[in-house]
Write a protein of this length. Structure first.
Length: 259
């Protein structure tokens, strides 16, 4: 509450409240190279109701105590739904009416675009393209310790270097069912044509027919360096058309210079 209202300060014969430096105030210069600030209240509805009440003024009046926020401050709050079985406090109608409410859903294409730009392993992106429903497996009444989500898949990306205890580690991040399916998918890579073989004879190497193998193969082909991409394209053009599209889109998103 003190953070939002300001810290008490004795000024001559009166007490006043000094805002925390978290809040950009009227008259402050913009950050270099930036158009403004985003003031983000994360897990806003997990806060006690007394803290939620202290948000009323800053969210509606854009003021910290008696000090106005900078006009270039955007205010965003986020939180879980009550039906998610997360730690959520009921939000008062007074706070509800101070906000515009938008429910956000997971989007596979958006997540893949992020994954390509942030170094997510191609085996993960290939698997999610093969089985999009595995990106987000959350159910409020699930009995597993965890579940697959954009956040937990990024955990998996850090775990793939561990070859000895991979399944239990992945199960601890995305749940046992999805982890077993993903490990099975990764085993397909052992049966893929070797990339060196494809690049040496792109006209001759056999093209698989099984969709799961093709998804795994397109992910591997999308990793080929720019120097070798012409040769890879000879093989890519022998794939079924829909897998050609998948491969080229991923290659360009991972490295726009491929275009």
């Amino acid at each position: 509450v003190t953070d939002l209202n300001g810290f008490p300060k004795l000024d001559s014969t009166k007490a006043t409240y000094v805002p925390m430096d978290t809040f950009p105030l009227e008259g402050e210069p913009l950050p270099e190279g930036k158009a403004g600030w985003c003031l983000f209240f994360d897990e806003a509805n997990s806060a006690p109701r007394s803290v939620q009440a202290s948000c009323y003024k800053i969210i509606l009046d854009r003021m910290v105590g008696q000090h106005k926020l900078h006009s270039k401050v955007a205010i965003v709050a986020a939180g879980n739904l009550a039906t998610d079985n997360a730690i959520v406090e009921e939000m008062s109608t007074a706070l509800q009416s101070r906000m515009c409410h938008i429910e956000v859903e997971v989007d596979v294409e958006d997540w893949l675009a992020w994954a390509y730009q942030n170094g997510i392993d191609y085996r993960i992106t290939s698997y999610i393209q093969f089985k999009p429903s595995s990106l987000y497996s959350f159910k409020p009444d699930h009995s597993d310790k965890t579940f697959a989500s954009p956040r937990t898949w990024s955990f998996c990306n850090k775990l793939l270097g561990n070859t000895e205890n991979l399944l239990p580690l992945l199960a601890g991040a995305i749940g046992e069912g999805v982890a077993r399916e993903f490990v099975g998918f990764m085993k397909i890579h052992n049966d893929l044509p070797k990339m060196a073989t494809i690049l040496a004879s792109p006209e001759l190497v056999k093209v698989p027919e099984e969709p799961s193998i093709l998804y795994a193969l397109t992910g591997a082909l999308a990793q080929v360096s720019i120097e070798s991409f012409d040769k890879a394209m000879v093989y890519v053009e022998r794939l079924p058309l829909e897998f050609q599209v998948v491969c080229i889109k991923e290659a360009i998103k991972r490295n726009p210079a491929v275009f």
